[in-house]
Structure formats: structure tokens, C-alpha cells
Design a protein around this ligand. Structure first.
Ligand SMILES: [Mg+2]
Length: 310
């Protein structure tokens, strides 16, 4: 999840001219823009806000498009995103079967000692790996604002996130194979129960006899939490949307170092480590300005433009 600096939320309000805007929403639905039932469910809240807040989002920064517009639309409306996520989870299932049959297999750099006889487990990140938060990102665009903790907490407490395509079926398959599914997330501890409720509502397996949801605690590093799980389980797979979900070396690493590490583990991607696509946010974006969170929004955009290769 995000670590960006706090900016005041400015969500659009529904205080005028509802009727024409609802008509436009009905037309969008009738016209098929919302597509399949899967997209209809996830698209309704966003399009409702779009319908209500269009004018505000276009005017607050002189009509400039929001820097995340295409990224969020790609997640919400492209078959390419859907296919990429399904592809990742299909590969995860193939790897899970291979890992179950090979007691020398582990996906965790933190795993040590004689682990061959330990019960099997997989570790998933939550945001943009198990749960799709693109409606929250859509709200930020419609409010012409950027990540802030108030809006994030509100979204999580609504418990409305749906699954990333393929995630639910994979987790249910793993659980059916006797594999314990752990969720290691950097959501804050006060959001643990809302996160658990959201996962449970979607049908994700949650063990009754032990805690399988690990929130941030006082350390955003996931390595210690993986190490704690690895003491009792053989970790078959790691699944995430951020390099920090896989190896500790990625935390705080610059752009070039990240690329070198990705290459160093070239044989692990798609085998032990399953990467989900997330063009909306992540460590990659924070690494561009050197993890400088003091920059203003416009300064960050300028830094991104300077980073472009032509
Ligand atoms: Mg994530």
C-alpha cells in the first residue's frame, strides 16, 4: 500500500443536478460501457462518482488530466489487465503443484533449516494482489487529489474491495490442497478487522485455528513476518504487486538497484515468486524521486517527466 505524504481529500459532493447525472449513468450502463457483471459491480461506485464529480476534477488544475488517469482506467477496464492477473494466478497454480511435490522447494529467502517436512503455506500481499483497490484510486482522481490516510482508511473500512481477477480461485485451490494461505500486508493494525472482513466477504480462506492475516505492526519490512511464518511452514510461493513483497533487498533501493535485483532473481519470477501488475502506485514510483516525500505534487510530476527516456 501507499506511503505517500498526506494531502487533504477533496471528494466531489452530490449537492446539485442529480437527475441529469443519474441519467448519464443509466445510459452508460444501458450502453454497455460497464461491460461484464464483474465490471458492472466494480464499476458502479466509480462511475457514480465520475458522474457527480466530473466538472470539479476537470477544473481544479486547469483541466490537466490526473497523473493516474490511464493507470486506473487500465486496471478497471482493460481486458489486458484482467488477462495479466489471470495469467499470474494460472502460473501460480502450476507452481503450487510443482512445489507441493518437491520438499526441497521454498520461495522464502528467510526459510532456513530442515524445512522439508513442515506443512505447506503460501504468502500473499493484500492490496492489488488479493484485493482490488482501484475504486479508491478512482475516487482520488475524481477529487483531484492524491493518496492520503483519511481517504484510505475510509475506503478500507467500507470493506468493498473485490478480488483481483484469479486471486480467489487460486487461494481456494491452495486451501483445498491443504496449503495454509497467509496474508502479509502493510495495512495498518487498526484496519486489521476491516481487512479480515473484506477478505471473508469475498470468500478468501482464513484459518480458524491460527492468525493468518499479518498487518504492518511497527515495521513495514515484510521479511521478519515471512521469517516468523517460515519457522512453522514451508513457503511454497510468494505473491505480490511490489518487489518488496518478495525480497528485503528491494526496500529503499533506487531504480538501478531495483533493476539489478530483478535480474538477479530472474529464475524466480513466475516460479517461486508471482508478480501481479499494478501501474497505479508502488515502490517503483517512490524510487523515482529518491523516496523524497517532501516534494509537492507538481514537483513529483516534474521529476517523473525528467525520468522519461526518449
Ligand atoms: Mg500490494
Amino acid at each position: 500500500m501507499h506511503t505517500s505524504t498526506s494531502v487533504r481529500l477533496s471528494l466531489p459532493t452530490a449537492n446539485c443536478q442529480l437527475q441529469p447525472r443519474f441519467r448519464r449513468l443509466r445510459l452508460l450502463i444501458r450502453g454497455g460501457l460497464l461491460g461484464s457483471p464483474w465490471r458492472l459491480r466494480r464499476g458502479l461506485p466509480l462511475l457514480l462518482l465520475l458522474s457527480l464529480g466530473q466538472g470539479q476534477a476537470q477544473t481544479e488544475r486547469g483541466g490537466q488530466p490526473h497523473e493516474q488517469l490511464d493507470a486506473v482506467l487500465w486496471v478497471q477496464h482493460s481486458a489486458e489487465y484482467q488477462a495479466a492477473a489471470l495469467q499470474a494466478y494460472n502460473q501460480a497454480r502450476v507452481s503450487l503443484d510443482a512445489a507441493l511435490a518437491d520438499t526441497t522447494w521454498t520461495a522464502a529467502l528467510e526459510q532456513s533449516g530442515p524445512f522439508g517436512q513442515l506443512p505447506p503455506a503460501v504468502i500473499l500481499d493484500v492490496d492489488e494482489t488479493a484485493l482490488d483497490n482501484s475504486p479508491h484510486q478512482g475516487r482520488l482522481i475524481l477529487g483531484d487529489t492524491v493518496f492520503n490516510w483519511t481517504a484510505w482508511d475510509q475506503w478500507v473500512k467500507e470493506e468493498l474491495a473485490e478480488q483481483v481477477p484469479g486471486a480467489l480461485q487460486f487461494c481456494q485451490y491452495a486451501a483445498h490442497q491443504g496449503v495454509t494461505v497467509f496474508y502479509v500486508t502493510n495495512r495498518r493494525d487498526h484496519l486489521r478487522e476491516a481487512t479480515r472482513n473484506n477478505l471473508r466477504k469475498m470468500g478468501f480462506p482464513l484459518a480458524d485455528d491460527r492468525e493468518t492475516l499479518f498487518t504492518r505492526g511497527d515495521d513495514s519490512a515484510k521479511g521478519p513476518r515471512r521469517a516468523a511464518i517460515a519457522k512453522q511452514f514451508r513457503i511454497l510461493l510468494l505473491l505480490g504487486d511490489n518487489t518488496a513483497d518478495f525480497a528485503p533487498g528491494f526496500r529503499g533501493a533506487g531504480i538501478d538497484e531495483r533493476a539489478a535485483l530483478a535480474e538477479q532473481y530472474a529464475d524466480w519470477w513466475g516460479r517461486r515468486w508471482i508478480m501481479l501488475p499494478n501501474p497505479m502506485y508502488g515502490s517503483w514510483e517512490e524510487a523515482l524521486p529518491g523516496f523524497d516525500y517532501s516534494q509537492s505534487r507538481s514537483e513529483r510530476v516534474q521529476a517523473k517527466r525528467r525520468a522519461l527516456q526518449d
